[in-house]
Design a binder for this molecule. Structure first.
Ligand SMILES: [Cu+2]
Length: 398
């Protein structure tokens, strides 16, 4: 047993021993019929303890809130325009309810002290007071209505139309990661449908590359980049179960629902670099998380968000490779073994010698090697889906 373990055990053992000792003393005095507190006015002592309790509780609450305030991201440095709105709503709500909470509790404990039992004192019979009833119904009702209205106003802004000069990006939640998509230079998202999803053939997003030009410049980076002071509209989808796209530093959150596209927009107002200085933390990064407990790997659904200058953003966009290129490469017909599916790497890896006959067309069993491909059809070099998707450019149809 090391010193640390012994210390931890002692921390638990000492209070237990003290409580047992006190209980033993109590039993001894009880057996001897000694009442240590016989001279005390117990009602008065209890009344005074009420005051001590509420005073101590108030001080501890204020002290604790101040102590932890800079560790809770939700009350520090909102990094988006809507974040500022949400934080001010949070403060207003906290102040209004905080004052209500303090007032009612102070009155409660003070009355317990003031009206503690006394010899010969009788309780007053006070059955009802309509004016009081109306007052404490109407005042909270008005306060809550105002709070809700300001909340609705902010909600409508966040989920309403984004400004024209926005950039757009799309997040798709799946067990267990976020797929990120940008529309590329044409600013139009290509059509994606679930039945084209083919993880084994570099099409985990379900693009219709062969028939849909809009998708050919879309790119799927591993991290999110957004320019500062520019509105960002985020489209949110789910590939399997419910997820929830959450960007806590921007105070943004929206459920990802299979079968539909949800969205929000915000304008980042502080670059990552500036926030590192503000927080005095050179390693600080903004994050995207999943806030729906969506399964065993839920905790792993993290993506880094970089808020950069417009110039840095433009440079980054130029550097991105459209997913189409990787798909084209992965699905290009191989000259040596034309009959084998391009994604069947086990075959491609073996160079065909002249003595060997050409490998025959793939048997069913070989096709099955393309695991993780949910599409019903075997992967082919050419675009497998001929159906024209109903969604137009810019819209997605999961
Ligand atoms: Cu999730």
């Amino acid at each position: 047993m090391d010193a640390q373990t012994i210390l931890t055990l002692l921390k638990f053992a000492i209070p237990v021993v003290l409580v047992l000792a006190a209980y033993n003393l109590y039993l001894v005095f009880k057996l001897k019929n000694v009442d240590l507190f016989a001279s005390w006015d117990r009602n008065k002592v209890n009344g005074l303890l009420m005051i001590v309790f509420v005073t101590f509780g108030t001080i501890a609450t204020i002290w604790g809130t101040r102590l932890y305030s800079d560790q809770y991201i939700l009350i520090n440095n909102p990094a988006s325009n809507h974040g500022v709105d949400i934080d001010s709503m949070f403060y207003v709500t906290a102040i209004v309810t905080g004052i209500g909470c303090l007032l009612t509790n102070w009155v409660l404990f003070y009355f317990a002290y003031k009206y503690s039992g006394k010899e010969g004192k009788k309780a007053v019979y006070y059955p009802e007071n309509n004016k009081l009833e109306i007052a404490w119904t109407v005042i909270p009702a008005i306060a809550v209505t105002l709070l809700i209205l300001s909340g609705m106003n902010t909600w409508w802004k966040i989920t309403g139309d984004a400004p024209e000069d926005r950039i757009e990006l799309e997040l798709t939640g799946k067990q267990f990661s976020w797929d990120i998509r940008y529309p590329g230079i044409d600013n139009k998202f290509g059509v994606v449908t679930w039945d084209s999803i083919n993880d084994g053939a570099s099409n985990s997003y379900g693009y219709h590359f062969a028939s849909d030009k809009n998708g050919q410049d879309d790119f799927n980076p591993q991290e999110i980049y957004v320019p500062v002071n520019k509105p960002v509209k985020v489209l949110i989808r789910a590939r399997d179960v419910l997820h929830s796209a959450t960007m806590p530093h921007f105070r943004m959150k929206m459920d990802a629902v299979p079968g539909m596209t949800t969205s929000f927009w915000f304008t980042p107002i502080i670059t990552t670099d500036s926030m590192r200085k503000v927080r005095n933390n050179p390693k600080f990064v903004y994050e995207l998380a999943c806030q729906e407990v969506c399964g065993g790997g839920h905790w792993n659904m993290r993506r880094v968000i970089h808020v950069v200058t417009q110039a840095e953003y433009d440079k980054w966009v130029k550097e991105q490779k459209p997913t189409y290129l990787a798909w084209k490469e992965a699905n290009a017909p191989k000259v040596e073994t034309p009959a084998v599916p391009a994604s069947d790497t086990t075959k491609v890896a073996q160079p065909a010698t002249p003595a060997q006959p050409a490998i025959p067309a793939p048997a069913k069993a070989e096709v099955k090697k393309d695991v993780a491909a949910p599409a019903k059809e075997a992967p082919k070099a050419a675009e497998p889906v001929k159906k024209t998707p109903s969604a137009k450019g810019g819209k997605v149809n999961p």
